[in-house]
Design a protein around this ligand. Structure first.
Ligand code: M6R
Length: 620
């Protein structure tokens, strides 16, 4: 959460910073700010509450010129979304500015001590305390030559960071060291973008990809010094850092909206390609199996796996729940799902043949990362299923597989979810074929996986029809989502999509649970969305639907093409092409994504930046 970008080069920093903030806004959008070192050696700071648009207006058409600056877009943790709490923050001297992503857990004690020494704070944030600490350390630097401001600043950052506990990705700038930025990270992402006569520090590569595709993904405890034509990466404690320059695998165009009104819609419509990217090069006709070399496990090691624990948050957790069904059905390996935030603080019994799999689109979700580290601390091999190349979870896991979905910018997960399901099916297939799955069953799965992109296109053709349904129910006070077996998690995912972007209450349930309590909610006003393909539990689902109709509840049904029968019971029916049972969620979730999208648009909600949320949750 929070996006930061720093620029040092030969051009005016402001346009670079504003453009970078625009691309990082999905990480937080409560307030934003920018500080540029102007040509007279002063710091020009502009910041305000609200969307980036407010900051643009404040800056107007007379941006302060200067070739070095830092900026920030905030997701509030400590202190409300006000002008004062927006970053960057000055130190006590007013000569140093800092932007911070993360949480300084011991900030109150540090603040009390600093206040006792006469420091005055202008905000309620934990971040400002860190700025003051660094500024104080800078003033007090002995042992470093007075004249070498850059060295003094680096030493001050090192010293101050020793005193804080918590997480940070920071960038610091000082008037005494023009054209020089210092960054450091622990627990919050930070990358270096290397350009020609210009360099960047940012929370993620999307902020710099318009200017360079050379990036360094910093590790925890790395510290970087940056000038326009020079960079140095070290450990915060002064040791040598292990880093490499990587090529960003997407372009600036990939992070543009194109002709779509919202990223969410764009990403929903990208699913035929993103699903294909997930399985491309990973299907083996010869073995009627999947090839997942990135797992870095020998056939023997894979055979020895006798239990799988899938870990994730939000939509990634819902994908894990579908994965549990898929893997167990295809390979018969007992599989469990753990919410990452619970797993990391729970003593989950694992044994040496347990495989832990962390699922995360961003690869930066702090709870998922915490779960990974907890399992590794106990000596377990942890694999990951991640979209963002070079992200922390991808780098720290012992192997895994990338989704290759391309950047997902809308806060609501869409294409990453269907890619996760695709890859979990490949995993189930691979493990299944190492055990009892027959060649012909393996071949059928391969056939159906290959057919998915076209089937998804068929579903997307119903966009207008789904919009009509959304408009019909747009005044509904809430929505229930019901599904069974493979589609129980589809129901949970549909409800999450509706809640997070439309702000109406929605909840997902296993259909048969209705009569154990939820049915009490049914009224003429509360629609129920049933995910009811023609599968092994279809009749059971239909009975639950009848129970809702008997109480006058409106029903929207998602079912298999050609199955007209539900027209008799449901008020509205959406059809998805037939496929094998374990792949149905990939098709059935798409109408639910579209339903929530159109619902939110009709209710005038900010689809891509829903209130109180951020795309990548990097604080606990
Ligand atoms: O980046 P991750 O996949 O780790 O993110 C996990 C959740 O924060 C994410 O899926 C969230 O629930 C989405 N907003 C759901 O649409």
């Amino acid at each position: 959460m929070c996006g930061i970008i720093g620029y040092v080069g030969k051009e005016d920093a402001t346009p670079y910073l504003l453009d970078g903030l625009r691309r990082l806004e999905y990480r937080g959008y409560d307030s934003s700010g920018i500080a540029v070192l102007d040509k007279d050696g002063g710091i020009n700071l502009q910041k305000c509450a609200g969307r980036l648009e407010n900051l643009r207006r404040q800056i107007g058409d007379k941006p302060e010129s200067g070739c070095c600056g830092i900026s920030h877009t905030r997701w509030a943790t400590h202190g409300e979304a006000t002008d004062e709490n927006a970053h960057p923050h000055f130190d006590q001297s007013g000569k140093l500015v800092l932007v911070h992503n993360g949480v300084i857990e011991n900030y109150q004690k540090l603040r009390d001590d600093l206040e006792a020494d006469g420091h005055q704070f202008l905000s309620q944030t934990d971040s400002e305390v860190l700025g003051h600490l660094i500024g104080l350390a800078y003033e007090n630097q002995n042992g470093v030559k007075e004249s070498n401001s850059e060295e003094r600043l680096v030493a001050a950052v090192r010293e101050a960071l020793k005193k804080v506990s918590g997480t940070y990705g920071i960038v610091v700038m000082h008037v005494d060291a023009p054209g020089f930025l210092v960054g450091a990270r622990l627990g919050s992402p930070l990358i270096v973008g290397l350009g020609k006569d210009e360099n960047f520090l940012a929370s993620d590569v999307s902020a710099v990809v318009a200017h360079t595709s050379d990036a360094i993904y910093l590790n925890d405890y790395d510290l970087v010094c940056l000038k326009s034509d020079e960079f140095k990466v070290e450990r915060i404690d002064g040791g040598a850092a292990d880093f490499q320059v990587s090529q960003v695998e997407f372009s600036a165009e990939d992070v543009e909206l194109g002709d779509y009104p919202h990223y969410m819609l764009k990403e929903i419509f990208e699913q035929p390609e993103s699903i294909e990217n997930a399985f491309r090069g990973r299907l083996s006709d010869e073995e009627a199996s999947a090839m997942l070399g990135g797992l870095q496990m020998s056939p023997q090691e894979l055979r020895d796996v006798d239990r799988i624990v899938l870990v994730g948050c939000g939509s990634a957790c819902h994908a894990a729940m579908a994965g549990e069904h898929i893997i167990e059905a295809l390979s018969r390996i007992p599989t469990e799902v753990e919410i990452a935030s619970e797993f990391r603080y729970r003593n989950v019994p694992l044994d040496k043949h347990t495989l832990v799999f962390v699922i995360s689109q961003s690869g930066e979700t702090i709870d998922s990362l915490g779960a990974l580290r907890e399992a590794q601390r106990k000596g377990f091999r942890v694999l990951s299923l991640v979209n963002a190349v070079g992200s922390t979870i991808a780098r720290e896991s012992d192997g895994g597989t990338y989704m290759h979905s391309g950047p997902e910018i809308g806060v609501a997960a869409t294409k990453s979810f269907t890619s996760q399901l695709t890859l979990l099916t490949l995993l189930g297939l691979l493990l299944g074929r190492m055990r009892d799955m027959s060649v012909s069953d393996g071949q059928e799965i391969l056939r159906e996986i290959r057919a998915l992109p076209d089937k998804v296109r068929e579903v997307l053709k119903q966009n207008e029809r789904i919009k009509e349904i959304a408009l019909k129910y747009v005044e509904a006070p809430g929505m229930l989502y019901l599904g069974r077996q493979f589609n129980y998690s589809t129901a949970l995912e549909g409800a999450l999509k509706m809640k997070e972007i439309s702000y109406i209450f929605a909840s997902g349930h296993a259909s048969a649970e209705l009569k154990h309590g939820v049915i009490a909610l049914i009224t003429e006003d509360l629609p129920s969305v049933f995910v009811a393909p023609k599968d092994s539990v279809y009749e059971k689902n239909m009975s639950s639907m009848e129970e809702v109709k008997a109480r006058k509840g409106p029903v929207i049904a998602i079912t298999t093409e050609g199955n007209q029968e539900l027209e008799r019971i449901a008020d509205d029916v959406i059809y998805v092409p037939d496929t094998i049972e374990c792949l149905n969620p990939i098709l059935s979730v798409i109408p639910l994504q579209l339903l929530s999208y159109h619902f939110a648009v009709a209710r005038d909600c900010d689809v891509d930046k829903p209130r109180n949320l951020a795309k990548s949750v990097t604080v606990e």
